[in-house]
Design a protein around this ligand. Structure first.
Ligand code: AMP
Ligand code: TRP
Length: 339
């Protein structure tokens, strides 16, 4: 892993980097759309996975809750099967280079391109009393996260595609001025589960920060809560378990069930032909409970030992910093900044 930045081996493994915000407890959407896929990548790529806590403060956070959620997020990565010896698993704020490169990249990112970011528009509509500069320049910090490690691929859910694209533009712009400093990254979006929708308003994505507790399954929800939430999930009046245009609720439940039960959407439709929503929703809940059970139990165990988590977080940050420092030295030199 150490040599990933300077390596010139003929058959270099690809570098993958992704991040997740500890802005709440991970949702089923995070598990299906992100963390689950990361697990598969560790065999084929050199991977870095980051808890993006600096991104989280673009929206006001309670400090104690933020720390607790950061530990939990880190424990969740481990519980999902990510191996801290084979991957670099770290917390963003423990690697100062992210803030340093974030600032430099702010100066190579255009007001106009940031204004077009849909996440900025959504979040500023939701937090109208706190449209801060960090919320606006967030994609430049995310570009720094990616470019520091010369990531080739960035596995994300569909909602982050636009941010990976702006990272590509920033990298290409910087390289255009200073020569080949950064690797231009590709987004990696899985075909299924790239966008799990809210259970209460299924035309919107399931989100950790949704204030409606019925909208969202969290990975630490108890089985009885999962059953209750799926039973209440908004569907439509058609009462058939079949995908269809504009059938957001049922499409989403079919997608979730097919992933949790390991079936194709067609097989799900066949299984529930002639059956009602009530029966289907209970089956979805049961499959999700089984999918999440080992993950939830491992996380709870790990959270009992904060010293162990602290130690792994520190080791991860040290490994990440060694790679990031080399990129920072190069960037400062190119730009003409003393270090
Ligand atoms: P976030 O919760 O915004 O920090 O997102 C962390 C990762 O989870 C990113 O790769 C997102 O694209 C992915 N993600 C978040 N919400 C969903 C969702 N509802 N469906 C699928 N992927 C998601
Ligand atoms: N912005 C991402 C999200 O909210 C999290 C993130 C931060 C990230 N830095 C990243 C994802 C770098 C991929 C790569 O989901």
């Amino acid at each position: 892993m150490e040599d990933i930045v300077t390596a010139a081996q003929p058959e270099k493994r690809k570098i993958a980097l992704s991040g997740i915000q500890p802005s709440g407890i991970f949702t089923l959407g995070n598990y299906i759309g992100a963390v689950r896929n990361w697990n598969d990548l560790q065999d084929s790529c050199d991977c870095l996975f980051m808890i993006a806590n600096m991104h989280t403060i673009t929206v006001r956070q309670d400090p104690a809750t933020l720390k607790a959620n950061t530990y939990r997020a880190y424990a969740n990565l481990l519980s999902a099967g990510l191996d801290p010896d084979r991957n670099i698993l770290f917390v963003q704020s423990q690697v100062p280079a992210h803030a340093e490169l974030g600032w430099v990249l702010d100066c190579y990112t255009m007001f106009g391109e940031l204004s077009r970011m849909t996440q900025f528009k959504d979040k500023s509509a939701k937090n109208a009393d706190n449209i801060n500069a960090g919320l606006f320049t967030y994609p430049a910090l995310m570009a720094a996260d990616i470019l520091l490690y010369k990531a080739d691929v960035v596995p994300v859910g569909l909602d982050q595609k636009q941010h990976v694209e702006i990272a590509r533009d920033i990298a290409a712009r910087f390289n255009g001025i200073y020569g080949s400093v950064f690797t231009v990254p590709e987004p990696l979006i899985s075909k299924s589960g790239a966008k799990i929708m809210s259970l209460a308003e299924p035309q919107y994505k399931m989100s950790k920060s949704d204030p409606n507790p019925n909208a969202c399954i969290s990975v630490s929800d108890k089985p009885e809560d999962i059953v209750r939430k799926f039973k209440r999930a908004v569907t439509d009046s058609e009462a058939t378990v079949k995908r269809g245009e504009g059938r957001y609720g049922i499409n989403n439940l079919i997608e979730i069930y097919s992933i949790a039960a390991g079936l194709t959407p067609e097989q799900v439709e066949q299984e529930f032909e002639g059956k009602g929503y009530g029966e289907f929703k209970v089956k979805v809940a049961e499959a999700v409970i089984e999918m999440l059970r080992p993950f939830r139990e491992r996380s709870e165990d790990l959270l009992k030992n904060k010293d162990y988590l602290d130690q792994l977080q520190r080791q991860g940050a040290e490994k990440a910093a060694r790679v990031a420092e080399r990129t920072m030295n190069k960037v400062y030199k190119k730009v003409g900044l003393f270090r």
